[in-house]
Write a protein that binds this ligand. Structure first.
Ligand code: UD1
Length: 371
């Protein structure tokens, strides 16, 4: 396990280009299972989750060539295996994204459940209901979701809860299904929209991308294409919070501020001034940092993935902040680690009360949550 030794007390200052989004790259890599011919992906982040997904695709028989510099070539023409090894699948939650594409292409998929993780329970009931509505038979055995079908058909599917994962999986499966599929209360996250954009580039017929009503007209096949992944709004947000907590000055390039409207609004409520243009954001932090109240929500609300970095900022704010977490039940697991550094945080069920302290001090801590 990697160890980082951080000497504090320095300002985070500088200019950087935001990387391609992990949460867009992973499902788009999985979606290549649907495609005949070569896919060239640009701006793929060189991170371990991407390497794991590349190995999952290779384990199925795909050719994946990733030489760094963000360009990845994927060809799944010779895939013949419809199940991936548990040792790989358990490493990343997004491994479950291969289920919809395998089912659509091979009429069957057997995928180990990705399981829960440090941020909480991660159910897959909405994925299962969606596959069943598309005409698949689904059963669970030995921790493996087994789905098979005679023929996938279009369907009207209402998600009682907005789910990024279920929207992605059903959207991918529906691309090669017969007929029209309508997804209601679909997730609107930019990464889901980016997956939709990629599928369209490969020949899928999808409308309503980026809205909560997505319509997919099944086609016979998808063809290879070249596609550039959107920027990682969570990475960008993390740098913005790093700037605030260290009273630094960051200039982020290659990031559409529209992806971060709720985040920028909250940063401004702490008293900071955020400058932005079409594809850049600058934050020169000032003091004091005001306390605030915040509730996480699906996009366009405040993202749960930026709740831990925001909480870190609020530990040194003037006053008491309240954070309500509505997406993941384990998303306050990092709190004890911040307490070791002197933070004053109390968690009551889904809420955390953060009383600002003058400063934090260095301590040995575990990074419980990747964020
Ligand atoms: C994705 C992101 C993650 C982000 C999250 C919410 C990836 C790889 N991960 O996770 O970084 O924090 O979206 O924006 O893109 N749920 C059910 N039943 C289901 C599916 C989900 O109850 O069948 C629940 C989950 O337990 C969770 C909530 O719905 O409480 C949101 O989950 P979902 O939007 O699906 O998130 P993920 O795709 O797991």
């Amino acid at each position: 396990m990697a160890k980082l030794l951080i000497h504090g007390g320095k300002k985070i200052t500088g200019k950087l280009r935001v990387n391609g989004a992990k949460n867009a790259a992973l499902p788009i890599m999985a979606a290549c299972i649907l495609v005949k011919g070569e896919v060239i992906l640009k701006r793929v982040p060189d991170i371990s989750d991407v390497w794991v997904m590349a190995n999952i695709l290779r384990s199925l028989g795909a050719e994946v060539d990733f030489e760094g510099r963000g360009e990845m070539r994927i060809n799944t023409d010779n895939i013949s295996i419809t199940t991936a090894p548990y040792e790989l699948v358990k490493q990343i939650h997004a491994s479950f994204d291969i289920t919809g594409p395998l089912l659509a292409r091979f009429d069957k998929a057997e995928v180990h459940l990705p399981g829960g993780c440090v941020i909480g329970t991660r159910a897959v009931d909405l994925h299962i209901e969606g596959f069943e509505k598309l005409g698949a038979e689904v059963e669970m055995e030995h921790g493996i979701l087994k789905a098979k079908r005679k023929e996938l058909k279009g369907a009207r599917i209402y998600f009682p809860k907005s789910s990024v994962g279920a929207t992605k999986n059903i959207m991918m499966a529906a691309c090669l299904s017969g007929g029209r599929t309508i997804l209601e209360n679909a997730a609107r996250e930019p990464e889901v929209a980016d997956l939709g954009g990629f599928l369209v580039k490969c020949g899928a017929k999808i409308s309503g991308i980026g809205t909560s009503n997505i319509e997919i007209e099944g086609v016979k096949r998808l063809k290879g294409a070249e596609y550039s992944i959107i920027s990682d709004r969570i990475e960008a947000g993390t740098y913005l919070f790093a700037s605030v907590i260290t009273e630094g000055d960051v200039y982020l390039e290659d990031i559409d501020p529209k992806f971060l409207e709720s985040v920028i609004a909250k940063i401004e409520s702490t008293g900071q001034k955020v400058e932005k243009g079409e594809n850049w954001i600058r934050l020169k932090a000032t003091r004091p940092v005001r306390a605030l109240e915040i509730t996480t929500a699906p996009f366009p609300g405040f993202p749960t993935d930026l709740q831990p970095p925001l909480a870190s900022v609020l530990t040194v704010a003037d006053g008491t902040s309240i954070i309500e977490e509505t997406i993941f039940d384990g998303r306050f697991n990092y709190v004890d680690e911040l307490r070791r550094m002197g933070a004053d945080i109390r968690v009551h069920d889904k809420s955390a009360v953060v009383k600002g302290v003058k400063k934090l001090t260095g301590a040995p801590v575990d990074a419980m949550d990747i964020r």
